[in-house]
Ligand binder design. Structure first.
Ligand SMILES: [Zn+2]
Length: 200
């Protein structure tokens, strides 16, 4: 079997290195990998960054409401202070996320909790404990963007019918490793998809 990435258990983060691909996780019992190619990578945004994004978005909206409608109210200063506090909270959440990730890496753990398992039925997309199968016939395009947003990783996204940009969205993975290995892994992923669709 062909692989790229640190290959931890997507469900619990256990370092599966040295383990047979098909073996279940000894830590949490989650399934192993069964396809001819498996690629692990980081999520596009980490959970704290997403939460911080939500909080700052709310603060921006409140700020807009304040400026447009409430600026003449006697209590507008109090609202402005509340908005400032929300921005601080967002920054704190984001910072805590950075600290947590540094700790995970320092302890020898992996942040790669997305796994794409190229099985005979399609791409089995595993994101933490959740899992969904994207049949090759439903994949319309496999987008890849190397060096995405200065991360040094390649962003790969499957545009598929039956999925939407909305809730859940198209599956996305941030592929890491040396840049030549990233290029190579993406080429192998695209080849698997083309062969799965019967185009190669
Ligand atoms: Zn596990």
């Amino acid at each position: 079997m062909d692989a790229h990435g640190e290959l931890p258990c997507p469900a619990c983060g256990y370092a599966r290195r040295g383990l047979e691909h098909a073996a279940s996780c000894p830590e949490c019992g989650a399934a192993g990998f069964h396809g001819r190619l498996v690629v692990t990578g980081q999520p596009e945004s980490h959970r704290e960054s997403r939460r911080a994004g939500c909080v700052s978005k709310a603060a921006f909206m409140l700020n807009g409401i304040l400026l447009l409608f409430l600026s003449r109210q006697p209590w507008s200063d109090a609202i402005a202070m509340g908005i400032g506090a929300l921005f601080l909270i967002a920054a704190a959440i984001w910072l805590l996320g950075r600290v947590r990730r540094k700790r995970v890496v320092a302890a020898g753990g992996s942040l790669e909790r997305i796994a794409w398992d190229f099985t005979a039925d399609g791409v089995r997309v595993r994101e933490f404990a959740s899992e969904r199968l994207v049949p090759y016939s439903e994949i319309e395009k496999c987008w890849s963007a190397p060096g995405f947003m200065f991360t040094g990783r390649t962003r790969v996204q499957l545009e598929a019918s039956g999925f939407s940009h909305g809730k859940g969205g198209f599956p996305t993975i941030m592929v890491g490793g040396p840049s030549h290995a990233q290029r190579d892994a993406v080429a192998r992923m695209k080849r698997c998809i083309a062969e799965g669709k019967g185009e190669a």
